[in-house]
Write a protein that binds this ligand. Structure first.
Ligand code: PMP
Length: 396
């Protein structure tokens, strides 16, 4: 049965992890993963999460099946976070939200639903994008192409190219947009550029799918979510996938969501019924624990305030590390201006290092980033930063 089965290529990032784990170098630093570590190099367990879990443990509950679309209190908290609890889309009932297995699950449920609604549509993702975007939409049956995004020479977004790609897309094309903290480049477009993107999306009749995996990691919860308000104001119907993996440091609990903004309440009910079929036929219903924790935090004013504080601390630490990286590279003798790294936002930096330099960083110094030059700034800390700067300086 399996004699003709080929070995699939290793996941580039998980493969890097395996290589890192096997590396005997005591000074090794893993900047390959998309995970936030604290200043001690540890994955944080947020206080707000611990408090919510303790309260749950004090009153242990049986684990029945959840509804197909998840915990109602969770879905409503997600709606509030993404659109604003008192916003017109939420109060009018025209948002269909389902709990999903991480942000990836939200994307997959959206992709499966879209395949039914627009079977012949193409999908456009940014060039480059999170690796899984292409694979996920391809697996859902779509042809996936790219829109221009990164400008390696100018170091930033090739915005004219991006607009040109969107303007050349056929009506109905699904456009996957990073709502904030673009992965992998770290370059976001400005609010004024978003206005132009939205105008193009509207004029061309494209279907926007916003991937919001880092709300709160860029400039703040409301600031990072502002792009959603712009799409709402434009009168568009669109998709938003949410991930709490990073913002709650709940990676392994797989907590995410998919929200679809519809024209009215009745349409949202029909869309929700179809999203439930996509869930039912993929994994039936979501797991309980992570969603219950996030719902408990978001729906309790004290815990929510604590979460916002802890999320803010992560955000501030990442920004501080960007500055330390730039300063440290200069101190280590790098002549070229690395100041662009502080213009980038979120977890990642496209460092501009070549594949050869990244390979040398790994083999000679045990500093791991992806071959594309992407490094995870959120894995830098006060103990490894000097070593990383000196290592980078040597390969430059
Ligand atoms: N989208 C982007 C852009 C991401 O970077 C990630 C996580 N690396 C995801 C989606 C998936 O999130 P999750 O781990 O919650 O499935």
């Amino acid at each position: 049965l399996f004699t003709a089965v080929e070995m699939a290529p290793r996941d580039p990032i998980l493969g890097l992890n395996e290589q890192f784990n096997a590396d005997p170098n005591p000074a090794k630093v893993n900047l390959g993963v998309g995970v936030y570590f604290d200043d001690n190099g540890k994955l944080p367990l947020l206080q707000c999460v611990q408090t919510a879990e303790k309260a749950m443990m004090d009153k242990p509950a049986a684990r029945g099946y959840l509804p197909i679309d998840g915990i109602a209190a969770y879905d409503s908290a997600v709606k509030g976070l993404v659109f604003g609890a008192d916003s017109e889309p939420v109060t009018s009932g025209r948002v269909a939200t389902v709990q999903a297995i991480g942000g990836t699950g939200g994307l997959k449920i959206g992709a499966d639903f879209l395949k039914k609604v627009s079977p012949d549509a193409k999908v456009l993702i940014s060039d480059p994008s999170w690796e899984n975007h292409r694979a996920l939409f391809t697996n859902a049956g779509f042809t996936v192409e790219t829109y221009a995004y990164y400008d390696a020479v100018q170091r930033g977004v090739n915005f004219d190219g991006m607009l040109a790609s969107l303007n050349a897309a056929a009506p109905g094309t699904i456009v996957v947009l990073h709502a904030c903290c673009h992965n992998p480049t770290g370059y976001d477009i400005t609010p004024a550029q978003w206005d132009q993107v939205i105008a193009a999306v509207k004029a061309r009749g494209l279907t926007p799918f916003l991937d919001m995996a880092y709300q709160g990691f860029g400039n703040g919860i409301a600031e990072d979510g502002a792009v959603i308000q712009k799409f709402v104001a434009a009168g568009l119907s669109f998709f938003v996938s949410t991930s709490f993996s990073k913002s709650f440091s709940l990676y392994g609990e797989r907590v995410g969501a998919l929200s679809v903004l519809c024209a009215d309440k009745e349409e949202a009910a029909r869309v929700l019924s179809q999203l439930k079929i996509a869930i039912r036929t993929n994994y039936s219903n979501p797991p309980t624990h992570g969603g219950a924790v996030v719902a408990a935090v978001l729906n309790n004013p004290e815990l929510r305030a604590l979460w916002e504080k802890e999320l803010g601390e992560m955000r501030v630490r990442i920004k501080a590390m960007r500055q330390k990286l730039v300063d440290g590279l200069q101190a280590a003798g790098v002549k070229q201006d690395m100041g662009f790294m502080t213009q980038q936002i979120g977890m990642f930096s496209y460092s501009g290092l070549t594949k050869d330099q990244m390979v040398r960083l790994r083999s000679e110094f045990g500093v791991y980033g992806t071959d594309t030059g992407r490094i995870c700034v959120a894995a830098l800390n006060s103990k490894n930063i000097d070593y990383v700067c000196q290592s980078i300086a040597k390969v430059i």
